[in-house]
Unconditional design. Sequence first.
Length: 452
Amino acid sequence: MSPSLADRGQLIRNVPVLGGLDDIEDVVRDFVRRNRPIARVVMAPSAFEPAAHPESILMRAKRLGLIVSRLPSLESGDVPSLTPVDVEDLLLRPSENIDYTLLEALVKNKAIIVTGGGGSIGLEICERVVKFGVAKLLVIDNSEPALRAAMESLAARATSATIEGRIANVRDRNRILQLINEFKPNIVFHAAALKHVPILERDWSEAVKTNIFGSINVADAALCSGAAAMVMISTDKAIEPVSMLGLTKRFAEMYCQALDHDLATQMGGKSRMRLISVRFGNVLASNGSVVPKFKAQIEAGGPVTVTHPDMVRYFMTIREACDLVITAAAHALTSTRRDVSVYVLNMGQPVKIVDLAERMIRLSGLQPGQDIEIAFIGVRPGERLNEILFASEEPTIDIGIAGIMAAKPNEPPMRTVRKWIEALEQATAEDDRAAIRIILKDAVPEFGPRAA
């Protein structure tokens, strides 16, 4: 099938073009009558262009009971093979063009550590650096099942890299210092974090211990080990935060910025370690993402639960997010600009969650409001209707790389940050919620009242 009228009646490698996309039902019925039933639809990369109406193809194929597969783009670097078409493939704007030669130059023959390597983002970073030729990879995770699954996934890949997995909690300062110093990494990607907004609103101390103290431990260990860079995975919720997730990530950003600034001052124009943070929003198909939740609710017959009709979020794929994270690291290590330490990924236009739910229902061959109901359950603690990418006092910087912007540093001096850290240590040891709020509100004045 081809959308081009010029292809009708033509042969492609001796396979006839039988019609256009509107003819799929007739063609399927015709082949059933010939006792040659069609079982699969294969979508080429061009079929995902907006003009090809990929949603219509998927909906029609599902109604006909056909398996839908896709061929990867030859430019992606993936081995050509048929893979399932996911709803996520149709939800986003086209991905940014990634300079894979830049990523390979950064990673090839290097030693790299990924904390939280058993999670969605961490594992994807592991898989990407393996693809780009890492020599040694250390995967750190606090969850034994997640670490085991990650190691099995990485072992299945054809690679000459030495890959090791170790159980460790980023809160355990001595353990993290020992592991990272022994490994002597070139780059540390810090993806370990507590991330579920409503849970962290109940347990502020736990958010501080992992997202703040854990990040400090990883940053300090990376510095002590002689690493060239530490890259912290941050979030768009860190900007003018209203949740404990956003607030603790913002504080961790501030520590990394302050340390990066101090190193620049000490080293002058000489080469020195870089500490950067990369912010982005929701990642499709990641653990805790709304898309897998909606899929399960649709498969169960509904209802699909949405918090608020005006709730809006940014989305991107795991692959694109991780490739851009590595790209940001490459920029930090090779650019002459040394005043950039917070990078923000371009996630296109934000998506209205109710529109996402309706679209997923339709892509499943069903009708919202008829076959599947949508129920609004109310905004949860720590949530806001819209996410933002830059604080009002953070001037943006164009770094000349598609898909990435940067924020001009606006960090307090390290001596001030360390005073807050000392106070937080005591407050969390006593699980003193009021004291935690006072300290973090002092550190991040724009901390919104809705997180209280």
